[in-house]
Design a protein around this ligand. Structure first.
Ligand code: ADP
Ligand code: MG
Length: 489
């Protein structure tokens, strides 16, 4: 690692103070959490801190291509996040250069930086809730201290399907008519990357738009539970808890994202409970998201869990293949790129964990195709997304495939790697190679190696032979399909 005094940004020597480094580490973590692992690794991992000059912060990337891409895709976001960490920062400049490496290769989880966060917050003038409410007035980014609304997260861009239609309907209802009986509080829950934050932002944006359209003014405060805690702690330190409470209780709609963060934070939970009660009693709307249902959020106080479950509880379910396809189609259309249906199906089949990862994979494909001016095909997809696909392999290993296929055809496992060419052995071996190609993201040479060091052309031949046979022989096709389903389940 270079010494801090070595860092030069276009001639001027800038030594980033520890405070700046701490801010950078938090901005980085938040960005990483927002964009997901795939996107982060593709574009942002090499970002490093350059320095600060007045109200401008500089971050560096090693190449012009990366700089341009990050500028146009993440520039605004980076600035908004930094401003929410430190409101004196006006601009984040992204340049080409080498800077300080991150303090630790994998950035520490947000809550482990609590002391630094609290310092940063106390640096901000007073309690921030009023500006959080005002933040929604900002033109494109709902930005203020503690509030960062993503302009991409609206109802329009939210693709609705079976797994999320109920949550979507509830969120729309609350955005149109806050504080409707039966919908207060609205509790949205679901696993990582399934659209909770997207829906929360959409509600906040909608409330703001209806306000512009002449509806009565609705003041909204949106923040993560983590931010809620930092603000609360800062208020205690500044002896401004009364102001903190008053400010929070003056809003019409309070939205708290990722409530599970409050587990184990007893004092903050207590404060949230009182705020919650005061607002609900005053007929104000609360919207909360969490990764589990109220009854499963063990570690939250019982009385809070009970109250959270009193209104409308809506679940964002794991995605289905159909929803994944619709989302990919929508995102491809938005990016104005043509992606062959086969590729979309392939992605929807392989990346099932969450929507963020799916989005990240598509973005990488699109960028790659633009950069190298190559059309997107199944082959380029497999090549470009090699590492992701491997991580998302359905954990079917070639060994497992060999075992199942050998069992099914009643041959010895060792024959998968043997040189025997008798049809009753060679055919099952070909089937196993075919399934290895279909169900794992191993390359042809890798598959060949696992089958007694065979050449990749042998594997290629096996794959085309088996597909050919499947077309002509329906009993054989059914057999292979059956094996595939067994391995996939
Ligand atoms: P969560 O908060 O549940 O972890 P997010 O709301 O951050 O998930 O969603 C992760 C990413 O997936 C975001 O970029 C979001 O826009 C996208 N996303 C999630 N659900 C949908 C959907 N139904 N339609 C379009 N994009 C979606
Ligand atoms: Mg979220």
């Amino acid at each position: 690692m270079r010494a801090a005094s070595d860092i030069r940004v276009e001639g001027s020597e800038i030594v980033p103070p520890a405070e700046l480094a701490a801010e950078w580490s938090r901005v980085r973590t938040r960005l990483q959490n927002e964009v997901g692992e795939v996107e982060y690794r593709t574009w942002l991992r090499q970002l490093s801190l350059g320095g600060a000059d007045g109200d401008e912060v500089t971050v560096l990337l090693p190449t012009r291509f990366l700089r341009d891409w990050v500028r146009s895709h993440y520039g605004d976001r980076l600035s908004a996040l930094w401003q929410s960490e430190n409101n004196r920062v006006r601009r984040v400049d992204i340049r080409v250069g080498q800077g300080v490496q991150p303090l630790a290769p994998s950035v520490a989880p947000p809550h482990s930086t609590a002391p630094a966060d609290i310092t940063a917050l106390t640096d901000n003038a007073g309690v921030a809730i009023p500006s959080a409410v005002d933040g929604l007035d900002d033109k494109n980014e709902g930005r203020g201290d503690g509030i960062v609304l993503d302009p991409r997260y609206t109802f329009d861009t939210f693709v609705v399907g079976k797994p999320n239609e109920f949550a979507f309907a509830c969120a729309s209802r609350v955005a149109d008519q806050p504080s409707s009986p039966g919908f207060n509080p609205l509790f949205l829950y679901g696993g990582v990357g399934l659209g909770k934050t997207h829906l929360m932002h959409a509600v906040a944006w909608k409330l703001q738009t209806s306000r512009r359209a002449g509806a009565p003014a609705v003041s909204v405060a949106y923040m993560s539970a983590e931010k809620f805690m930092y603000k609360f702690i800062a208020a205690i330190r500044n002896q401004s808890t009364i102001e903190f409470k008053d400010n929070l209780r003056s809003v019409d709609v309070l939205m708290i994202d990722d409530l599970q963060f409050l587990i184990g934070k007893d004092n903050t939970q207590e404060e949230f409970f009182h705020t919650f009660n005061a607002l609900v009693d005053a007929g104000k709307q609360i919207v909360v998201s969490a990764d589990k249902s109220p009854s499963d959020l063990s570690g939250l106080e019982d009385r809070l869990r009970t109250r959270l479950g009193c209104g409308m509880v809506a679940d964002l379910h794991a995605t289905t293949f159909e929803l994944r396809i619709s989302i990919l189609e929508a995102k491809a259309a938005k990016a104005s790129v043509s992606v062959p249906p086969r590729v979309l199906e392939f992605l929807a089949h392989k990346i099932t964990s969450n929507i963020r990862e799916l989005e990240g994979a598509l973005n990488r494909l699109v960028a790659h195709s633009a950069l190298f001016q190559r059309p997107i095909t199944l082959e380029t997809t497999q090549e470009v997304l090699h590492d992701i696909l491997r991580a998302h392999d359905r954990r079917v290993t070639i060994e497992e495939i060999q075992r199942k296929v050998a069992e099914h055809y009643n041959i010895r496992l060792t024959d998968m790697a043997s040189a025997r060419r008798a049809r009753n052995v060679a055919r099952p071996r070909q089937v196993a190679m075919f399934l290895a190609k279909q169900l794992t993201s191993r390359s042809l040479p890798e598959i060949g190696r696992k089958f007694g060091n065979r050449d990749h052309t042998t594997v290629m031949h096996a794959v085309s032979r088996v597909s050919g046979l499947m077309e002509g022989d329906s009993a054989f096709a059914e057999d292979v399909e059956l094996l595939r389903r067994m391995l996939e389940s």
